[in-house]
Design a protein around this ligand. Sequence first.
Ligand code: AMP
Length: 138
Amino acid sequence: MSETIFDKILSGEIPCHRVYEDEHVLAFLDIFPLSRGHLLVIPKERRAQLHELSDDAAAAIGRALPRLCRAVLAATGASAYNILQNNGSEAHQAVFHVHFHIIPRQGEAGLVIGWKPGQLANDEAEKLKSAIAGALEG
Ligand code: AMP
């Protein structure tokens, strides 16, 4: 994995607006926010995408996220928010170090979602659930 801007933030080489740090996690303000209070939460473990994270790093992020969401809501007065976590450039990932966005909704400001649902046929559902459950056991 090549170095990203988040490595430079973690090492202190470039500054960030840090709001939280523990042994495994750093949270700081997004410099191009979709709304006021848009926060990024990253593991200190250096991995590009979520499925590559160790259980320990994932658990640390999972512990921190709800607390950070509560803090963003309290500080901004927002009552709705999205968690966004992009993996791969086709999925809009620009920085290849795992990160979770906390994006408060404030009127029109926030995450815009294009959601085009399909239909799940029973035979396809059967095939898919077997394939995914099988992969979990592998
Ligand atoms: P993503 O498209 O999920 O990879 O999002 C990367 C995010 O990182 C974007 O929302 C950027 O605005 C944000 N970002 C990039 N560089 C910095 C930086 N130096 N400090 C804070 N946020 C940054």
